[in-house]
Design a protein around this ligand. Structure first.
Ligand SMILES: Nc1ncnc2c1ncn2[C@@H]1O[C@H](COP(=O)(O)OP(=O)(O)OP(=O)(O)O)[C@@H](O)[C@H]1O
Ligand SMILES: [Mg+2]
Length: 283
């Protein structure tokens, strides 16, 4: 179980991206975190494994307060937290298998990982995971030869090789076509069920969130403004989360695209590297 208690993040720039968030996520629950660009979704999930250092509050993973851990204890705790990114964060010149195994670099000792020697049991598990994500015949392919959907499957297998009990997923489908997006969401949610994982998925695609998550949390300007079932996203609730818009028609409204452009222009881009996934390792 994951419990966020009065979680707050203020960046040195003064931006208070997360404001007193309280959330409890039971084991096996898939939670979709939605909200406009700049709402603080990425900041929130990055606070959980302290890729972004929270300003105040507590993060309980089972009985451990992650905000109180020293470097060594944090490294151990992070093994229980898998991360999946929009941009996959694969090492392009390495093979699929090497990328999946890199999820274990926190486990094997430095010299073993330096020579890329992994225990046979880990390699067997990596093959099982590649089979599970539908990439049996891809183990020896280089990551840069894969499509977006295939890359995301590698990212999923890598995250799961750590055998985490919590999965943090940041816009896993943002670069994918609609069908691949559904397949990836289905895969993530099936694996969560099989392994009884708690999952937080940041996602802009509201129908996709409703289709695959069990619970929706709407974030606006760092605050939770909706927390409830997937069918509770009425036009009023969507307005609370995203701002004024006619949610009952499909036609494009030009008013809001300006807001979105502005948000994108003022936002500091968040990039992901292998060292985000496995702290201490550079890609
Ligand atoms: N490294 C940073 N330094 C300063 N401010 C930041 C940093 N990263 C994010 N912010 C600010 O924090 C706020 C929340 O950003 P965040 O990236 O968490 O939003 P988001 O909901 O993930 O947006 P998007 O949907 O566009 O990914 C924004 O105002 C953003 O400009
Ligand atoms: Mg984000």
């Amino acid at each position: 179980m994951l419990r966020l208690e009065n979680l707050d993040k203020q960046y040195p720039t003064g931006d208070r991206a997360v404001k007193g968030v309280n959330l409890t996520i039971p084991e096996g629950q898939v939670l979709a975190l939605i909200g406009p660009s700049g709402a603080g979704k990425s900041t929130l999930i990055r606070c959980i494994n302290r890729l972004v250092e929270p300003t105040s509050g507590h993060i309980w993973l089972d009985t451990q307060d992650l905000t109180r851990l020293n470097t060594a204890a944090l490294r151990r705790a992070r093994r229980k937290i898998g991360m999946i990114f929009q941009e996959y964060a694969l090492v392009e010149r390495l093979t699929v298998m090497e990328n999946v195994l890199s999820g274990q670099l926190g486990y094997v000792n430095f010299w073993q990982s330096w020579f890329r020697k992994f225990p046979q049991s880990t390699i067997d598990e990596a093959f099982r995971l590649l089979h599970r994500v539908g990439l049996d015949s891809f183990a020896d392919k280089r990551a840069d030869a894969l499509s977006g959907g295939q890359r995301q499957r590698v990212g999923i297998a890598r995250a799961l090789l750590q055998n985490p009990n919590l999965l943090l997923v940041d816009e896993p489908t943002a670069s994918l076509d609609p069908k691949t997006s559904r397949q990836i969401m289905r895969l993530i949610t099936e694996l969560a069920r099989e392994r009884d994982l708690s999952v937080i998925i940041n996602i802009h695609d509201v129908p996709l969130a409703q289709m695959f998550a069990q619970r929706i949390v709407g974030l606006r300007m760092g605050e939770v403004v909706y927390d409830g079932p997937t069918d509770g996203l009425t036009p009023d609730v969507l307005t609370q989360i995203y701002g004024e818009e006619d949610w009952t028609t499909d036609a494009d409204s030009d008013a809001d695209s300006e807001d979105a452009d502005e948000a994108a222009a003022t936002k500091t881009p968040m990039t992901s590297t292998l060292s985000d996934v496995i702290p201490g390792v550079t890609s």
